[in-house]
Design a protein around this ligand. Structure first.
Ligand code: SF4
Length: 317
């Protein structure tokens, strides 16, 4: 197992008043557990604010977890000092949603791609320059792009630079946080295909975060669905898409367009908005919006349990 996450929890304080005193707490990630095997892609899906991005960042300790355990290659990441964690990030890289915001606008692409190599003491000047050229080639860019600035590229090209930067240290795990959400639909599939090719070539492992089940379908081996900070369902890709057990997953899937015009799908429209994570509903957090809600759902939180064959779901049904 490459990555194991146990009972991960991340809270953020709510501060108010002149002195900025803590007035409450938001639980962004609540008791989340999963694993990712070497070479596989685990898709993590949910509406905005469900905690999926915070989960990805907490794994890299870009947000320090409040509690829980994160094991990477059998070693606890939370036991590492800051300096040890900085070194460990060579193996754990991240691709961000907005490549424009995540690339320094004053750095040329050459410097952007060389920086992680310098930070991790990889190669001499000449070797690093050669590696930057190779990285550009791998992501479908060319040598001349090295001397340009991020604003001189299209959104799709900038994400290719973001991917090249993540690849530069030859990582084992890449946390991709909505890497195609900001791109035009026509460009999305090019970037997804590139990521799939690179995965095969370098035996990469992905935690692929998206808000849309259609985006993660082709690239994922297994898919987890999050709602209000918790995992509500997790299963093999085909199993989840063909036999979703949780009413929230069923609603998300009903919104995924199908290419066959003769096939009419019954869209499940969820009423209401996602409740505030500062004040989550009692019992099952999905109960105020669930079309199948029962009395027990309003009182007792359903356990996230294996319903058979590694298909996990948190529902009283
Ligand atoms: Fe719906 Fe109840 Fe299942 Fe929650 S536990 S998803 S409210 S049926």
């Amino acid at each position: 197992m490459l990555l194991q996450v146990h009972n991960l929890r991340k809270t953020f304080p709510i501060r108010g008043g002149l002195l900025g005193k803590k007035t409450g707490e938001i639980t962004a990630v609540d008791d989340v557990s999963f694993y990712v095997k070497k070479g596989e892609t685990l898709g993590l899906v949910g509406e905005s604010g469900c905690g999926k991005s915070t989960t990805g960042r907490a794994i890299l300790r870009l947000h320090e977890p409040t509690s829980g355990q994160i094991e990477f290659e059998g070693k606890s990441l939370l036991a590492l000092s800051e300096e040890e964690m900085r070194k460990a990030r060579r193996d754990l890289q991240m691709v961000f949603q907005d490549p424009f915001a995540s690339l320094n606008p004053r750095q040329k692409v050459m410097d952007i791609l060389e920086e992680p190599l310098i930070v991790h003491g990889m190669g001499n000047g000449k070797e690093r320059k050669e590696q930057v050229q190779e990285l550009l080639h791998l992501v479908g860019l060319n040598q001349s792009h090295a001397m340009r600035y991020p604003h001189q590229f299209s959104g799709g090209q900038r994400q290719r630079i973001g991917i090249a930067r993540a690849l530069s240290t030859k990582p084992k795990l890449i946390v991709a946080d909505e890497p195609v959400s900001a791109l035009d639909v026509s460009i999305q599939s090019q970037v997804l295909n590139l990521m799939a090719d690179l995965q095969e070539k370098f035996e990469l492992t992905y935690l692929f975060i998206a808000h849309d089940l259609s985006v993660v379908k082709h690239i994922s081996d297994r898919v987890g669905v999050m709602y209000l900070g918790r995992l509500v369902e997790l299963a093999d890709r085909d199993e989840l898409y063909e036999r979703p057990l949780h009413p929230y997953t069923q609603a998300l899937l009903s919104a995924v367009p199908v290419p066959d015009p003769d096939f009419q799908k019954q869209r499940i429209i969820l009423s209401g908005d996602v409740p505030s994570p500062a004040n989550p509903p009692k019992g099952c957090a999905f109960h105020p919006r669930c079309p199948h809600v029962m009395d027990i759902c309003k009182e007792v939180r359903p356990e996230f349990a294996d319903q058979g064959g590694g298909h996990f779901s948190a529902c009283h049904l």
